[in-house]
Write a protein that binds this ligand. Structure first.
Ligand code: DLL
Length: 434
């Protein structure tokens, strides 16, 4: 049994939780139909009336919403309340097309921060902790979300934001940070910087709350070892609120989705058909409490599966498996589906760290793919295996993982740019010709 921030709701018997979801869903559908012209039109087109939704068993009758819908409705088309009742916007980091701008009422912010507080408590956070937040602050939801959650728990909150590694390390050692919140790739970079400076003994960290990008189990082990902490996964997206839509407990076996606020479904991304528990597909969320930016059956494009197997932490909320990537992150190379996470698994299993990049290009009509990875400082120092032999071994292991042969280049340490937020793993030069 673990610690909870809102025990009653986090451990509510499943039947009662589903009854609560049904009640909130019915209310929310009526709310959006009455208040948002976009939903009224969509539901009318699909021939669904609010009265047709009597509980969660009717969810499948509602139409899906996609990112394109959000872009079309930019900026105010989805508002569920008058603009004067909104107190905040946040926005996605998307660099192409229109950004998505999400709105919040004060109540929406409270709910979001409660969700982050639950995640911090699940990672062992209490009033006695010093919570070091180095997600970006600003339009990105990472900093503001975890900052608010940390206040609610009563931790001493360090609103560091991202970057400036020297300053991060100084505050971390001087103020004795015990919990760190950042992207897993930045956590790996901090681990590297701590090792280089011989600071490991001065660090008091016990837990890290890492998310905003896909990361593998191999990377988790690596971070836990270099930082001497337990590393917890946290998931979320701007459209749905931000971090804290789901989070890991001490079992580290999937992230509990905050089902009192979000109803998840897994669908076949091609057909839209709802898939049974345990099957991998696209994650879809229906928000049942959000008022400023209400989303029904929003297609996240993230691929994962759900499980309702009981969890020893005592939480009853359904768990989602780590997303392996977004359906739109998937690379199709020589006709084969390739996820960056598969490449990461191979590299980390061979002892490399997550300093790698995947470069995809097109020569004539053929796709090319090259994986570039750095030697670790220890490998470079030992210098006992030739670069050529290393490259051949990686090519071989990637071939058995992916089924295709990709190019590999092993580079000197510190040649690939380090990230402070979400890491750029894939450089797809094919886009340049569009
Ligand atoms: O990344 C919110 C966030 C901030 C989550 C801090 C966790 C911690 P966006 O910038 O809108 O929001 O990006 C959302 O990032 O659809 C996933 O594809 C990916 N993502 C987020 N968390 C995880 C995770 C924030 N734990 C998109 N594992 C999502 C894998 C993740 N992918």
């Amino acid at each position: 049994m673990g610690n909870y921030y809102q025990q009653e709701i986090e451990t509510m018997p499943v039947e009662q939780l589903q009854a609560l979801q049904s009640e909130r869903l019915v209310e929310q559908v009526k709310f959006v139909y009455d208040n948002v012209e976009f939903y009224r039109r969509k539901m009318d087109e699909a021939g669904v009336k609010p009265e047709d939704i009597k509980g969660i068993e009717d969810l499948h009758k509602l139409p899906f919403i996609t990112k394109d819908d959000l872009r079309d409705q930019y900026p105010y088309g989805l508002l569920g309340v008058p603009l004067k009742d909104c107190v905040r916007i946040q926005s996605t980091s998307g660099t192409t097309g229109r950004r998505v701008v999400a709105f919040y009422t004060q109540e929406d912010i409270e709910v979001w921060e409660d969700c982050c507080a639950r995640a911090i408590v699940a990672a062992g956070g209490t009033k006695d902790d010093v919570c070091h937040v180095c997600y970006g602050y600003g339009l990105f939801t990472g900093g503001p979300g975890l900052n608010g959650g940390s206040h609610k728990v009563g931790c001493l909150t360090l609103p560091m934001s991202s970057g400036n590694t020297e300053r991060q390390l100084q505050f971390m050692t001087d103020l004795g940070s015990t919990i760190i919140c950042c992207t897993p790739s930045y956590a790996a970079n901090l681990g590297e910087a701590i090792a280089e400076r011989g600071l490991k003994d001065k660090i008091k960290l016990k837990a890290g709350i890492f998310g905003a990008e896909p990361w593998t189990e191999e990377m988790r082990h690596n971070i836990e070892e270099t930082l001497g902490i337990k590393a917890y996964d946290i998931y979320g997206l701007t459209e749905i609120s931000g971090p804290g839509v789901s989070f890991e407990c001490e079992e580290q076996a999937g992230m509990h989705i905050q089902e009192d606020h979000f109803i998840p479904e897994i669908i076949n991304p091609e057909t839209g058909e709802v898939l049974p528990e345990g099957e991998v597909g696209e994650l879809v969320f229906t928000c049942i409490t959000k008022k400023a930016f209400p989303l029904l059956r929003y297609r996240t494009r993230d691929l994962c599966f759900l499980t309702r197997k009981p969890c020893s932490c005592g939480r009853t909320h359904i768990r989602m498996h780590k997303p392996t990537g977004r359906s739109d992150d998937m690379l199709i190379v020589k006709g084969v589906n390739v996820f960056p996470s598969q490449i990461e698994t191979v590299l980390l299993n061979l002892g490399y760290q997550a300093n790698y990049q995947i470069i995809v290009d097109r020569v004539g009509n053929n796709d090319t793919c090259e994986v570039q990875v750095e030697l670790t400082p220890e490998m470079a120092e030992a210098n006992d295996v030739s670069i050529e032999a290393r490259e051949q071994k990686i090519v071989k292991d990637l071939k058995s993982m992916l089924g295709i042969k990709v190019g590999v280049k092993v580079l000197e340490p510190k040649t690939i740019a380090r990230s402070e937020g979400k890491a750029v793993r894939v450089i797809d030069k094919r886009n340049l010709y569009k």
